[in-house]
Design a protein around this ligand. Structure first.
Ligand code: ADP
Ligand code: MG
Length: 263
């Protein structure tokens, strides 16, 4: 679909290792893939195959892990794996946003969602508290929160799981990212809400030309939303290609098994 867009993210030969009690564990080895402007790239693979570590590596959130090889090129210029913290924060905060599986782990229970949205908005753009509040309400409306004028003053626990995930998407959008990384964003939601949240992500991608790196284990979602698929297996990219190519002509045994599992 967007094969000719410019390459925003270019992960090259990426390896990541973690220091554990028993020594070093290599979680990623030689991972290569790209995300182009306006493209939806699905990342699939069994549990433990390195999907989240890849996302966290891009975000610089590896904790006790580190990039042990390769590069994470952003927009052709900056290697996020070695960028100075200041440059890295500028990109991470403005150009790339991530939403996680469980919105309760990323929202602060002690602050209203309006407060959390305003904080993000004011961190990224100069604006008064009043302007930030108006924009926060607008963003909540945009992600489909009913009655955003009053919900802006709600605390996270006063919302449903689906609403909390919409709030997380609103917070991610508050920094106007060029790339949104969504790590199994609907796993904690029930099926009808899942469809709504995915539709929201797809609309945002289409309307705002945000690139989407969508980590999922649902091949139905892949078929419906993605332009390209990257299949992880045991910390490596087993294969990648266009959705049609991967779905119709899977080469790796793991991908074949994954496709057979679809009801
Ligand atoms: P998934 O594909 O399910 O998202 P992950 O990317 O979370 O898999 O994990 C890939 C591998 O890295 C797994 O073997 C996991 O145990 C390991 N791993 C992830 N985070 C850490 C960590 N903080 N410390 C040690 N090992 C980790
Ligand atoms: Mg994961």
């Amino acid at each position: 679909m967007n094969e000719n867009g410019r390459v925003l993210l270019d992960v090259q030969d990426l390896s990541v290792e973690f220091r554990t009690g028993d020594g070093m564990l290599e979680a990623l080895s030689g991972v290569d893939f790209t995300v182009r402007e306006g493209e939806v790239v699905a990342v699939v693979g069994e549990s433990g195959s390195g999907k989240s570590v890849t996302a966290l590596g891009i975000m610089g959130l590896l904790g006790n892990g580190r990039v042990s090889g390769g590069r994470i090129m952003w927009d052709g210029l900056t290697d996020l794996a070695t960028a100075k913290p200041k440059n890295f924060r500028a990109i991470r905060g403005n150009d790339i946003a991530m939403i996680f599986q469980d919105p309760m782990t990323s929202l602060d229970p002690l602050y209203t969602i309006g407060n959390q949205l305003c904080e993000t908005l004011r961190l990224h753009r100069r604006m008064s508290r009043r302007e930030a509040r108006t924009q926060a309400i607008e963003l909540l409306g945009m992600v489909g929160i009913p009655d955003p004028d009053s919900k802006v003053d709600a605390y996270p626990h006063e919302m449903s799981g689906g609403q909390r995930q919409r709030v997380m998407i609103a917070i991610a959008l508050a920094c106007s990212p060029r790339l949104l990384i969504a790590d199994e964003p609907t796993t904690a939601l029930d099926v009808t809400v899942e469809a709504q949240v995915l539709a929201l992500l797809r609309d945002l991608q289409r309307d705002k030309n945000v690139s989407l790196m969508l980590i999922t284990h649902d091949m139905g979602v892949v078929a419906e939303m993605a332009d390209r698929v990257v299949v992880f297996y045991a910390g490596r990219v087993a294969e990648q290609g266009s959705v049609d190519d991967i779905l119709q002509n899977p080469r790796h045994p793991y991908t074949q098994a994954l496709l057979q599992a679809i009801p």
